[in-house]
Write a protein that binds this ligand. Structure first.
Ligand code: GTP
Ligand code: MG
Length: 171
């Protein structure tokens, strides 16, 4: 059959935001992990859609590992940036990490698509995706295609919408 186009995706965001849970849900059910633990360093995962074959660099969001992220920016062709919508205290930290990412020389001048997941929408005190978008000042991103989806990674809700969007960008 036809070989699917291969795309390297960087999965970024603070620790506990749900990155590994999201990537796990996108894998075929027979490849899904039952227990998800905090990522140490990073983990390479793969999943396929109808037209693309994704290799995901699922990075740890813990402070001590965030300096690893930039070493993979050059290889990344798309970014999935995950936010815990209920973590109001650390929204400013998430914004700082996003701004650092956007200003990095390996990212700054590229039209790399960024898919944001406003994750944990099921939690009672979760902010809406519109509110998350405002707090992160996403409207200031003018030189890259971006999209934000509310998601519940535990139930797998909102993930397909995001992947469909990513697939529709000119990867
Ligand atoms: P690091 O690997 O440490 O950077 O964290 P991570 O971003 O990969 O987070 P992980 O996927 O390990 O999830 C952290 C915790 O949040 C786990 O207990 C998940 O079950 C939980 N979680 C993830 N997504 C959701 C969600 O949408 N809703 C709720 N309620 N919990 C979630
Ligand atoms: Mg993880």
């Amino acid at each position: 059959g036809l070989k699917k186009k291969e795309v390297n995706v960087l999965c970024l965001g603070l620790d506990n935001s749900g990155k590994t849970t999201i990537i796990n849900q996108l894998k075929p059910s027979n490849a899904q992990a039952q227990d998800i633990v905090p990522t140490i360093g990073f983990s390479i995962e793969k999943f396929k859609t109808s037209s693309l074959s994704f290799t995901v660099f699922d990075m740890s969001g813990q402070g001590r590992y965030r300096n690893l992220w930039e070493h993979y920016y050059k290889e990344g062709q798309a970014i999935i940036f995950v936010i815990d919508s209920s973590d109001k205290l650390r929204m400013v930290v998430a914004k700082e990490e996003l701004d650092t990412l956007l200003n990095h020389p390996d990212i700054k001048h590229r039209r790399i698509p960024i898919l944001f997941f406003a994750n944990k929408m099921d939690l009672r005190d979760a902010l809406s995706s519109v509110k998350v978008s405002q707090l992160l000042c996403l409207e200031n991103i003018k030189d890259k295609p971006w999209h934000i989806c509310a998601s519940n990674a535990v139930q797998g809700e909102g993930l397909q919408e995001g992947v469909d969007w990513l697939q529709g960008t000119d990867l």
